[in-house]
Design a protein around this ligand. Structure first.
Ligand code: ADP
Ligand code: MG
Length: 636
């Protein structure tokens, strides 16, 4: 395509910043990775010498940050708000406290009471419990949308709290004392200083794994959840499954934090697992920067230190004792959220970007080949609608619409606004089910199947209202389209075993971006492009899935004349390669010059069908387009 759309690249883009002459030494540029290593090395070096009190604070910051990283994945990245994470911390803590102190368990396992193995059995129990409880709660509540999901998290957060407080075997409101210290072999982790090493090691490992997860095909799928189900499902993502998995991940890290907490504190009672604390965890994630893993550490540190300081200072200032810190704390939170709606981390990292250089991604050693689809022979019907009817209450948006799309043709669907074109698109792409009639894709009956199965069979689509992840790069957006062509799952991504496949997916995405003429924009955020170009990004995203059928809803809207010509050229080329293309478009010149067949809808009914010439001569079509001047006038 025409390379003219390229001017939108913003100056803030990392490679552009690289070229600027910011002060940095060429020998050892400060990269994000080096910065993290520096932080870890400084923490490790200072650890033996820090005063006991600082160690205690750092331990709590580490524990809270672990929970908050889970919330970053769940809320910041996945878009699901949970107030109930403290309950999962409680599950982890109570599981190990009970395992370590209950004579029943030790007896059943044939272990001495107080055996050093019990805390590790407690760990397994805690993780298994948070995993299962989260899975069940997730399956029940994650279907809820809007405000109902956060309300549900409050409900089960409270329920679990009362379970902890009322179960006799968990010690009621007094809780369980005598939780032993951890030990690894002969190494005792009884002191805060030694256990803290484990706490921070677990935290850093968790951040590493989650960072890897976000930087993968599964990570793109998780990010896509935030923009709603329709887009993600159309890219072939099983959104219900991804939502549950993120929810379980957040619960398991919370449970892990609870396990460590119990062995740090050496006793447990219900108080730290109350809803209040659940809200505080959410604050940490949001204040730090809900979309950023390191924001969780920042948020945990700020809130822990702030609370501590306020508890010390306020009673002195006000001359009375009481929990004044809660009030000041609430006011401060409001202020922060008002001033830094994306959290503090983005502000901090924008400042840091002057000194830190993000290196260009290195080309990988080798790429795994991606599966390719055999396209059906030209002329074969690949998509078929039979008497498709859609009613919205009393309104009939589609009435017994028949249509076929064949491999190697461009079929245009036109009609005045409100004629039912977008509704029909939703019917034939699985977004919505017809009230009556049948949809067949590649010869299979698809009525009632979700859109990800349409995607799996080779249907790619764009949306009338562009659905991109605006803050992510064009490359990442397009790579999401290739989701179904990769197979590596969560664990492989977390452990970075997916690199060969990931490289192939990104290379495929880049190839499609270049093919669509946006090669120079691949690394800029999608939202920085003009709307017309964003439509082209959607086409590239659909092409990355190597579709056999391409559905385009008003692809030329917002494009300039030359860009339209380039788009027409691209679509003609795809048709020649054997793709079946169905396009809804208002620009008659564009449609009539490109399409092999045209179907005209009015008030949900097909009023004409045939070649562009036949359709333009049809009196009903001319009448539908109010005198027809518009239709004919544009087609010179
Ligand atoms: P087009 O894309 O041709 O402009 P649409 O398919 O968007 O038309 O709309 C067709 C008709 O169906 C319109 O009258 C619209 O108001 C109605 N409609 C579309 N979606 C819904 C919905 N979800 N609920 C109720 N009415 C709808
Ligand atoms: Mg429409």
């Amino acid at each position: 395509m025409n390379p003219s759309p390229v001017r939108a690249a913003p100056a803030a883009h990392p490679p552009a910043a690289d070229a600027s002459g910011a002060p940095r030494s060429p020998a050892a540029p400060l990269t994000p990775r080096r910065l993290v290593l520096l932080f870890v090395a400084a923490l490790a070096a200072a650890w033996p010498f820090l005063p006991e009190f600082s160690i205690t604070l750092l331990n709590y910051i580490g524990l809270y940050a672990l929970v908050a990283t889970g919330l970053v994945m769940l809320t910041g990245v996945g878009g699901m708000t949970s107030f109930g994470q403290a309950a999962f911390v409680g599950l982890g803590a109570y599981a190990t406290a009970w395992a370590c102190t209950s004579p029943v368990l030790a007896g059943a396992l044939g272990l001495e009471p107080g055996s050093a193995a019990l805390p590790w059995i407690g760990l397994v129990l805690g993780i298994a419990l948070s995993f299962c409880v989260a899975w069940v709660l997730g399956a029940v509540t994650l279907k809820l949308s809007g405000h109902y999901l956060p309300l549900a998290t409050i409900a089960w957060g409270l329920s679990l709290y009362y379970v902890f407080g009322n179960l006799e075997m968990l010690g009621g409101h007094t809780g369980i004392t005598g939780v032993p210290a951890l030990s690894i072999g002969d190494l005792s982790l009884a002191s805060g200083r030694s256990l803290g090493v484990l706490i921070w090691a677990v935290l850093l490992l968790a951040i590493w794994a989650m960072h890897n997860l976000l930087d993968s095909r599964e990570g793109r799928a998780i990010r896509a959840l935030k923009s709603g189900r329709v887009m993600a499902e159309s890219m072939g993502v099983d959104t219900s499954r991804q939502r549950i998995k993120v929810f379980v991940l957040a619960a398991v890290v919370a449970g892990l934090s609870g396990w460590l907490y119990a062995h740090l504190q050496r006793f447990v009672n219900p108080t730290p697992f109350h809803l209040n604390i659940g809200i505080e965890y959410l604050f940490m994630a949001v204040v730090g920067g809900a979309g950023h893993l390191w924001g969780a550490v920042l948020g945990a540190a700020i809130i822990t230190l702030l609370k501590h300081q306020l508890q010390d200072i306020l009673p002195g200032l006000l001359g009375a004792s009481g929990n004044f810190e809660v009030i000041v704390f609430g006011l401060l939170m409001m202020l922060v959220l008002q001033r830094f709606s994306g959290g503090l981390w983005p502000t901090l990292s924008a400042f840091g970007a002057r000194f830190v250089r993000t290196p260009a991604a290195r080309p990988p050693a080798h790429m795994a080949p991606l599966p390719r689809r055999e396209l059906p022979p030209a002329g074969r019907v690949v998509l078929e609608a039979k008497e498709v009817t859609k009613r919205f209450g009393g309104l009939v948006a589609n009435s017994e619409v028949d249509m076929t799309v064949k491999a190697g043709e461009v079929h245009a669907l036109i009609g005045p606004n409100g004629a039912g074109k977008s509704t029909f698109f939703n019917m034939i792409s699985g977004v919505d089910d017809p009230s009556a009639g049948e949809v067949r894709l590649m010869g299979r009956a698809m009525t009632g199947h979700p859109s990800r199965e349409f995607a799996a069979l080779g249907l790619g689509r764009t949306f009338q209202h562009v659905r991109l992840l605006g803050q992510r790069s064009v490359l990442e957006n397009v790579a999401l389209g290739a989701h179904r062509r990769g197979h590596r799952g969560w664990l492989a991504s977390m452990l970075r075993l997916d690199r060969a496949e990931e490289a192939a997916l990104l290379a495929e995405a880049r190839r499609q971006i270049e093919r669509c003429g946006l090669g120079d924009c691949a690394d800029v955020p999608a939202a920085s492009l003009a709307l017309g170009q964003q439509r082209i990004v959607e086409i590239a995203r659909a092409l990355a899935g190597q579709p056999a059928v391409l559905l385009l809803d008003e692809p030329a809207a917002g494009l300039r004349h030359l860009e339209k010509q380039a788009l027409a050229k691209l679509l003609a080329q795809l048709r020649d390669e054997g793709m079946a293309i169905l396009v809804v478009e208002h620009d008659m010149e564009f449609v009539m010059n490109l399409a092999d067949r045209v179907t005209v809808l009015e008030f949900g009914q097909v009023i004409a069908h045939g070649t562009p010439e036949q359709v333009q001569a049809d009196p009903r079509v001319l009448a539908a387009y109010l005198g027809g001047d518009e239709l004919l006038g544009k087609v010179a």
